[in-house]
Design a protein around this ligand. Structure first.
Ligand code: ADP
Ligand code: MG
Length: 323
């Protein structure tokens, strides 16, 4: 049902409805991040089943694509694909193809083979590769080293030393999958969040959902509030996984050209049609920097951006009005 009433009226109506339509809300820690689900269902059992389905789907995608789990298909690719084609689920092969398209579109700013050097960073342990190690690994960074055979559903690497990581796109993908599942269950109002990636379906009591973009240095401060209906939003920041050393910030968004943390921006938020797109693009624009990044956003046309520069200045794409 579409909700167009005021909250008071709605409350009255829900009292009269025998089926007890209501909001369902749950949070969990999956994929190394905070998952939050909020959805409206016409009856409580459907609502709870839908929330369960979202969390189960997140766990399924994580088990398939996590680089932390040695038994995941992604880890199997990293282990064996330089030797032989590795058979994977069609879904994973397709996401790797999609990542490759994003690499092309962004001139290589987005590149899942960044991990050939990226895996040498440990943000928790505050360790990073030496300049020599970075230089030695750079040759293995190039998405064209990853060869997918969609028919056979296999992935292989064209040279040694290549590693891939889907951390820049997998959470958005999992959110999209979860939203598709609840849609099949008849849910028409929902918000699913995985870390910095959210997708919204429908409205909330007849009004847009409001998603806040946090200040890079203060999780309690909001720099912009974005009204959202049937859209996705992703933020990439230098404050998620990082350590500071000698006045430099070493964080988890790596410029594939240098093998080092991308330094021009503090955060990038992308608003767009689906979360796989916004997740991939927020990481990409972060690497591309403000000029090339905004140029891409304007060229694509179906996405918007809020960019926080290193000096604190906030830039908006033309589809958003500066407050
Ligand atoms: P999060 O939501 O985890 O903060 P982001 O969307 O900001 O993630 O993407 C950061 C993640 O993307 C990193 O943790 C890493 O797994 C991956 N990544 C880092 N640099 C790149 C890159 N240049 N291209 C593709 N993926 C990247
Ligand atoms: Mg991303």
């Amino acid at each position: 049902m579409r909700v167009r009433q005021t909250p008071v009226l709605l409350l009255l109506m829900t009292c009269l409805l025998p089926a007890r339509a209501e909001w369902h809300h749950r949070e969990a820690a999956i994929m190394g991040t905070r998952i939050a689900v909020e959805l409206w269902a016409d009856d409580p059992a459907t609502g709870e089943r839908a929330v369960d389905a979202v969390l189960a789907e997140m766990r399924r995608v994580d088990a398939l694509m996590s680089h932390y789990k040695p038994e995941s298909q992604l880890s199997q690719i990293n282990l064996r694909a330089a030797e032989e084609p590795v058979k994977v689920d069609a879904e994973l092969a397709q996401l790797i193809v999609r990542a490759g398209r994003l690499s092309e579109m962004t001139g290589g700013a987005f590149d899942i083979t960044y991990a050939s050097v990226g895996h040498l960073y440990d943000y928790r342990a505050h360790t990073r590769p030496t300049d020599e190690q970075v230089a030695a690994g750079l040759g293995a960074i190039d998405w064209r080293h990853v060869v997918v055979d969609p028919e056979a559903s296999t992935v292989r690497f064209s040279r040694q030393g290549v590693r891939i990581d889907l951390g820049g796109i997998a959470k958005g993908y999992a959110v999209d999958r979860a939203i598709a599942l609840v849609g099949e269950m008849g849910i028409r109002h929902a918000s699913v969040t995985a870390g910095g990636d959210s997708r919204i379906v429908g409205d909330r009591f007849g009004r847009p959902w409001i998603v806040g973009i946090r200040h890079p240095d203060d999780p309690g401060r909001v720099i912009a509030r974005i009204p959202m209906v049937d859209a996705s939003i992703s933020t990439s920041g230098d404050y998620e996984r990082y350590f500071d050393e000698g006045g430099e910030r070493y964080h988890h968004i790596i410029d594939p050209k240098t093998g080092k943390s991308a330094g021009e921006l503090r955060s990038v938020t992308i608003i767009g049609p689906d979360a796989t797109t916004t997740d991939g693009l927020s990481t990409s624009v972060f690497v591309m920097g403000p000029e090339r990044g905004l140029e891409l956003v304007e060229r694509l046309g179906n996405v918007d951006a809020v960019i926080v520069r290193r000096d604190g200045k906030v830039l908006y794409s033309s589809g958003l009005e500066a407050p």
